[in-house]
Ligand binder design. Structure first.
Ligand code: NDP
Length: 339
């Protein structure tokens, strides 16, 4: 079936989006396991309308793969360090393959012992975090993940960038619904959203970042050249610091300022660790834990409040019916970069 097309968008099947990603990355010499893993992540994001981490990420992978330490042939292996601690070294390839390979061990630890930890080390760019915590919740365990990035963010009350945009994601299994999932950067906005605003020549809110002189600005280009702000002032700053600690020194990996040093002006995606923690609500809270939790979610929906994750699930359903929309401009750009 020929893709549906409008002036600005083309709608593709999931298979076609995966094929596009695979063709692009295989042409760069990336090995098949990493290609498949990146295709999983970017396709899921595009399908769910999480556009900042969908196909628009593909052109930027060229800079990342050009980093002198990037390993196109990385083949990460799972190490079971203790019954509850799994480690997977990404060996300086894309992070998501190492994370995917560690998931079943993480989930088994949580099911058998109540808690599991998965440390992913030395991976370039973890992409969006929600796909893997959602996968864990679909297997019946609650899960969190987090990672440092580059030091783009000024700590609350400070003047120079120290913290990363440090995303955190959480998913909770629901007996008769798709999991409760949230996933966001701890900066006031994700860097990709600021870059998208710059590309579209749009202004941004004045509490997203500072210019090179430390002054608030609505110009996204100035923020990208200057520094970003955490969400929620000292509260976001503290949560971001926790992520630096837990997914940095605690798992023997780089903090955001070390990731930036490692980049050495290559303009690659950050290279760092990622921590996953999974819990079994039924082991720690008893067999009714998941049913008890439903009262909290019902408390949202009963008053018309939206649960995080629901916009994505709706986008996913629409994509299943209509196809996955991709902007014509982005599609042309990606095709022009395939040798
Ligand atoms: P947003 O500020 O867009 O927030 C996204 C989260 O909040 C989603 O879970 C979303 O649910 C939920 N949400 C949004 N609006 C509402 C609302 N009105 N009511 C209830 N819930 C709501 O996220 P960011 O821009 O900060 O991050 C976007 C992505 O960027 C994430 O996937 C993150 O992992 C990724 N990222 C990755 C980094 C990395 O190093 N790999 C670095 C920084 C960000 P829903 O999805 O249903 O809309």
């Amino acid at each position: 079936m020929a893709p549906i097309q409008s002036e600005k968008h083309i709608w593709f099947s999931e298979v076609e989006v995966r094929e596009l990603i695979s063709t692009f990355l295989l042409a760069q010499g990336l090995n098949q396991p990493q290609v498949d893993s990146m295709a999983n992540m970017l396709t899921a994001a595009q399908r769910d309308g999480s556009l900042s981490h969908g196909l628009q990420r593909l052109p930027g992978t060229l800079d990342t793969m050009a980093h002198p330490r990037f390993n196109k042939q990385a083949d990460p292996q799972v190490q079971n360090i203790t019954p509850v601690l799994t480690r997977v070294d990404a060996h300086h390839g894309f992070s998501c393959l190492a994370a995917e390979r560690g998931m079943s061990s993480l989930i088994s630890s949580a099911r058998d012992f109540g808690v599991g930890l998965l440390a992913v080390n030395n991976g370039f760019h973890s992409t969006a975090l929600w796909p893997l915590v959602e996968q864990a919740a679909n297997s019946g365990v609650a899960a969190m993940s987090m990672n440092p990035t580059h030091n783009w963010v000024v700590p609350s009350g400070g003047r120079s960038a120290l913290l990363g945009t440090n995303p955190i994601a959480f998913a909770w299994p629901r007996p008769n619904s798709r999991p409760y999932v949230f996933d966001f950067a701890t900066s006031a906005a994700a860097r990709a959203d600021i870059a998208m605003a710059r590309n579209k020549q749009q202004q941004i809110p004045d509490d997203w970042g500072l210019d090179r002189n430390g002054q608030a600005t609505t110009d996204p280009a100035e923020v990208l050249a200057g520094s970003m702000l955490p969400f929620g002032a000292h509260k976001g700053s503290a949560i971001s610091t926790m992520i630096e600690l837990l997914a940095g020194p605690m798992i023997g990996d780089r903090s955001s300022y070390q990731s930036k040093q490692f980049d050495a002006d290559a303009d690659a995606a950050p290279c760092h660790g990622e921590l996953f923690i999974a819990f079994s609500p039924e082991l720690t809270g008893g067999p009714d834990a998941l049913h008890e939790a439903e009262a909290i979610f019902n408390g949202f929906t009963d008053q018309g409040a939206r649960l995080p994750g629901n916009r994505r699930y709706q986008a996913r359903d629409t994509s299943a019916r209509m196809g996955i929309p991709v902007s014509v401009a982005l599609m042309n750009r990606i095709r022009s970069l395939i040798p």
